[in-house]
Design a binder for this molecule. Structure first.
Ligand code: FAD
Length: 466
């Protein structure tokens, strides 16, 4: 066994991979043996910001990570509790003289990092945090005055011109010492959550993510610009959860997309990676967006008390086929197509007048790719309150959105099977005869035009009252 002074700890967080992992790479290069550790949250913590589908994906990804580490003579150590306390115990047990991790830019991740750094300092242990989650840090992409951008287009212009970092290879060997205690790999029961029975969740783990990247690069990204808004076809990459859990690094994705050749598809795709980093930069510079509207003008805006219509929205039973299809896709798969995220979010905030914060939380409980920065950005965009958001008076009509983005009704019929025999035109407009379009399917819960006018009045009144 190598001497304790040659041991280091790599703390896995949202970087569950061995390829292009800056902290793991550093750990393997700087010590004789590496203790790779993942620290589970305790079930007693409030888990309203996640749910069975995302936790099940995490469990599968940890299982796959443990196997991958074995190929490097490593052994994943699982602990549970507060990261600073658990890492302190591990340092004391192993005698490790250093610790490294990849930084997590959200406010909760940053707070824990600060505690870990303080603990390491107290123990006299070297502690290094690496940048990992984005191609560019929030501090790298600033206006000429050194200020954060508040609007996407100038942000993305700057972001696109910056040279992009290259991926690192996987480490050669980790040589994890024997005898370090570890909990078993978790299942959802660890958090007292049910298994997501009957849900069609994507396979977790780095290998499955690399396969998805291969599929995206070989067959989806070329036509991404034309197909990304058609939910009935597999036109987007489906890499959201892989970025969320760090099964793939943004550097690897960027490099593979560039190697496959340029064009409008890859250009549009890369801009979406920039949207992801824009929202992460917004959350970094303005963490208050998790509580409040990004745009001060809309602080204190009136929202309706959530009622039976909110429950109907959550179940995919609003009587608006396109909205219901989106929610049911989410409930069944833990994924919802981006176009549908916009339609369902705008419907909740503008047709049902429900506070975006409630929709934001519901999405995080169901999305496997639930990412607090992008989700907050997407919800505030839809509500008209966010950074570079849709102006409040631009309210999408769910009926015409269906006509435009699902003209054959294929997506709707896939997710709302009771509508499979309904003629397509009846899926795209409110029933003229006032009767349900299919047995057991509800009538539209509201009149879109009336609710649109109501929203305009609410926003105008708020602005006039300022
Ligand atoms: P692709 O279209 O293939 O895009 C590639 C990657 O770019 C995505 O995986 C994602 O990382 C990023 N990306 C794409 N579009 C956006 C966007 N508009 N904003 C930020 N990043 C983007 N994305 C999340 O990753 N997690 C969330 O919790 C989330 N919540 C959202 C909530 C709402 C209300 C809205 C409108 C959007 C939300 N998005 C979220 C953004 C987007 O819908 C998803 O990233 C996308 O649907 C994931 O599918 P994909 O991997 O096939 O995306």
């Amino acid at each position: 066994m190598p001497s304790p002074s040659a041991q280091t700890i790599h703390w896995f967080r949202r970087d569950l991979r061995i390829l292009d992992n800056p902290s793991l790479h550093h750990a393997a290069a700087s010590a004789d043996s590496v203790l790779p550790v993942y620290i589970l949250s305790d079930w007693k913590q409030n888990h309203v910001w996640t749910g069975p589908k995302r936790q099940a994906f995490l469990c599968k990804s940890l299982e796959s990570l443990a196997k991958n580490l074995e190929t490097l003579e490593g052994r994943l150590i699982i602990r549970c509790g507060s990261a600073d306390e658990e890492l302190e115990k591990l340092i004391k047990e192993s005698g490790a003289k250093s610790l490294s991790f990849n930084r997590d830019p959200d406010p909760f991740g940053r707070e824990m990092e600060a505690r870990v750094e303080k603990m390491a300092k107290r123990l006299g242990v070297e502690c290094i945090g690496f940048h990992d989650v984005t191609l560019h840090t929030p501090q790298e992409v600033l206006t000429q005055d050194g200020k954060p951008y508040r609007v996407f287009t100038p942000y993305s212009k700057n972001w696109l011109t910056l040279p992009k970092p290259e991926p690192l290879p996987k480490p050669k060997a980790l040589n994890t010492p024997q005898g370090i205690k570890s909990l078993d790999l978790p299942a959802n029961a660890h958090w007292k959550l049910p298994e997501p029975e009957g849900c069609e969740i994507l396979e977790g783990g780095e290998r499955a993510a690399l396969q998805r990247l291969k599929t995206a690069v070989s067959s989806r990204i070329k036509n991404y610009k034309d197909l990304r808004d058609s939910p009935a076809v597999p036109g987007t990459s489906r890499l959201g959860q892989d970025l969320r859990f760090g099964l793939l690094s943004p550097r690897t994705i960027y490099r593979r997309v560039m190697e496959a050749g340029g064009g409008e598809g890859p250009d549009t795709f890369v801009k979406e990676l920039a949207w992801r980093e824009f929202y992460m930069a917004i959350l970094w510079h303005y963490p208050q967006v998790l509580e409040n509207e990004f745009n001060d003008d809309w602080h204190g805006l009136w929202w309706a008390e959530p009622d039976a219509n909110f429950e109907a929205w959550k179940e995919g039973r609003t009587g608006f086929p396109i909205v219901d299809a989106g929610i049911r896709e989410l409930l069944t798969t833990g994924f919802m197509h981006n176009r549908l995220r916009m339609i369902t979010a705008m419907f909740l905030t503008k047709d049902l007048h429900v506070d975006w914060r409630l929709g934001e939380q519901f999405f995080l409980q169901h999305l496997v790719d639930g990412e607090i920065a992008s989700n907050n950005g997407g919800w505030q965009w839809s509500a008209g309150t966010g950074a570079d958001a849709a102006p409040y008076f631009r309210i999408q009509n769910p009926w015409s959105q269906a006509k435009r983005h699902d003209p054959e009704g294929t997506y709707i019929k896939r997710w709302v099977p009771e509508l499979k025999d309904v003629p397509v035109d009846r899926l795209m407009e409110p029933p003229k005869d006032g009767r349900p379009i299919a047995k057991g399917y509800p009538l539209p819960c509201v009149d879109h035009h009336e609710e649109r006018d109501r929203t305009l009045a609410i926003f105008k009144k708020h602005r006039e009252g300022k």
